[in-house]
Design a protein around this ligand. Structure first.
Ligand code: CTP
Ligand code: MG
Length: 227
């Protein structure tokens, strides 16, 4: 099967408190989203990358990568899941139902080619697909108000990262069927709700999501370390 990439990039970046959406902030010589797209394109793993962009976004057309022959632009939606569904629909007619799609946040610019290839190699024969994830180093507590009610067994808890890799047709149908459900915060949760059991693939801790102002310095540090 072929592989396609989908990049939700239509968020406003509220927690970043910057003058523009965080995907357009400068990081190590280019914008955050340019790093993300360059890494996906340079991996050589994808037929094309479908990017969900907010309709009033003035920054996207200014970037050279918006005209890249392997980049398709789709209108963003209200929530992340809506943006992902919109980008999936833009691949209709090109992607086959059984092709793989890797959904990756625009706000994760430190993704490595090694993680992309590890995920594809690990999951390519799976019936459902799965996500990159990280274990927790800290002890985890279940809390009611301010009181600890239990200590959670860490071996059963993983932190969900992206890319999240699923079959094109299955993911589109799952997101369509769960549209508007606020519990759907990633692709895996949409499939879980329908009874599927996605796999996890252990990812790298440097694959951070730029969320708060201090994350830009951390991403810059990781990029220098990678180079
Ligand atoms: N995203 C999207 N469409 C939305 C909301 C989010 O495409 N309606 C994208 C963001 O651009 C980001 C990814 O989904 O690349 C992960 O979302 P998040 O980190 O929450 O980004 P924002 O929603 O922009 O940030 P915040 O929640 O702080 O406002
Ligand atoms: Mg958000």
């Amino acid at each position: 099967q072929k592989c396609w990439a989908v990049v939700p990039a239509a968020g406003v970046g509220k927690r970043m408190q910057a003058d523009r959406p965080k995907q357009y902030l400068p990081l190590a010589g280019k914008t955050v989203i340019e790093h993300t797209l360059d890494r996906l394109l340079q991996s050589g793993a994808f037929q094309a990358v479908a990017v969900a962009i907010s309709i009033e976004d003035p920054y996207w057309p200014e970037l050279d990568v918006s005209k890249h022959p392997q980049v398709i632009t789709a209108p963003g939606g209200k929530e992340r899941a809506d943006s992902v569904l919109s980008a999936l629909k833009s691949l209709q007619g090109q992607a086959a139902e059984d092709d793989w799609v890797l959904v990756h946040d625009a706000a994760r610019p430190c993704l490595t080619a090694s993680d992309i290839h590890l995920q594809i190699d690990t999951l390519k024969d799976d019936a459902v697909g799965g996500i990159l994830a990280l274990s927790s180093h800290d002890t985890l507590k279940h809390v009611d108000g301010d009181t600890i009610t239990a200590t959670i067994d860490r071996k059963h808890v993983w932190r969900a990262l992206t890319p999240q890799m699923f079959k094109y047709g299955m993911l589109r149908d799952a997101l369509q069927q769960t549209e508007g459900n606020p519990a759907i915060t990633d692709e895996a949760s949409a499939l879980e709700l329908l009874g599927f059991q996605p796999k996890i693939v252990e990812g790298r801790p440097d694959n951070i999501k730029i969320t708060r102002p201090e994350d830009l310095a951390l991403a810059q540090f990781y990029m220098e370390q990678q180079a």
